[in-house]
Design a protein around this ligand. Structure first.
Ligand code: PBE
Length: 304
């Protein structure tokens, strides 16, 4: 008899466990379905973005329009620093997170286990180049500065080396860039080939507020200053970079991400500057998640 009661008690407690599990399953706040995490609910249907003025922020607003499965999603726009700290916290706790990511950047060096989500609608484009743009008239006014800027080109790895070292050491990108120029004199000599001394000519470069462009602008500043130019780097919003080159307020920029990231700003000003072509190839932007998230495509995210 005792045995039977015990048996029923056992069956009842198993039932209770199942019932509890079933109740949890129907709970609206739950992020577990059939034992699988619903990442979209877990991240509160929010993409963690960066500064509102960035090209990648514009592209992400477009993604929310283009992908039906992103209905009801938001992008949180604040700053690259804030995004990186949210990313760090999420990875430390193995929590899901969707960020706007790009290369060149040190994020993949610091967190190698991350992946770009596939983008079947190609909202984020494919491979990007970083182009140099000169104001109309620079070639006539200062052919040597023009030639120097036109001859500047380097690799993703060069730029990431500077960005990562500054991040690791806590030093300013400006200082690391000066050191890079000293350590890579052969590269600088190639950019300066055939260029006459600047004789103190003042050159103004417009740049954007990201480490990638801090690196290129300050490398170029150090390189040109070795050759007698006086270079000023001014950091402004992407829109202002394009406007100031187009209006001739500055001489040039190395910071144009093309063909997609800055397409809106490029098209609005394209008759009023000269595109000197890529100074770096193999850049990329997109939505990025940690590898431990079991999704591969933007289309794997679910509408709210
Ligand atoms: N970025 C880095 C910028 C350009 C440099 C990709 C964040 C953007 O405009 O999106």
């Amino acid at each position: 008899m005792m045995k039977k009661v015990k048996g029923i008690g056992f069956i009842l407690s198993i039932l209770a466990v199942f019932l509890l599990a079933a109740c949890r399953g129907s709970d609206d706040d739950s992020t577990e379905e059939n034992g699988e995490t619903n990442y979209s609910e877990a991240v509160d249907h929010t993409i963690i973005g960066i500064e509102p003025g960035a090209g990648i922020s514009v592209a992400t607003e477009n993604a929310l329009e283009e992908y039906d499965n992103l209905d009801g999603w938001d992008v949180e726009l604040s700053s690259t620093g804030a995004m990186m700290s949210e990313l760090g916290t999420a990875i430390d706790n193995e929590e899901p997170i969707v960020i706007t990511g790009w290369n060149p950047h040190w994020m993949f060096a610091l967190y190698p286990d991350m992946k770009y989500l596939e983008d079947p609608q190609e909202v984020y484009g494919g491979e990007e180049t970083l182009n140099s743009l000169a104001r109309l008239g620079l070639e006539d006014d200062n052919p040597d500065a023009y030639q120097f800027i036109d001859q500047f080109e380097w690799e993703v790895e060069d730029m990431e080396e500077i960005m990562y070292e500054a991040e690791e050491s806590g030093e300013n990108i400006e200082d690391v860039a000066v050191q890079w120029v000293e350590d890579n004199q052969d590269r600088v000599d190639a950019w300066a080939e055939g260029v006459n001394d600047g004789n103190g000519a003042e050159i103004e470069l417009a740049s954007t507020p990201w480490d990638s462009e801090r690196a290129s602008s300050n490398v170029m500043k150090a390189a040109m200053e070795q050759h007698g130019f006086e270079v000023t780097v001014t950091e402004v919003d992407v829109a202002v970079v394009f406007e100031s080159v187009a209006s001739g307020d500055v001489d040039a920029t190395l910071a144009a991400w093309l063909p997609l990231t800055h397409s809106e700003f490029y098209e609005a000003n394209q008759d009023d500057f000269e595109d000197l072509g890529p100074n770096l190839e193999g850049a990329k932007i997109g939505l990025v998640v940690p590898e431990y998230m079991d999704i591969d495509s933007i289309e794997d995210l679910e509408a709210d």
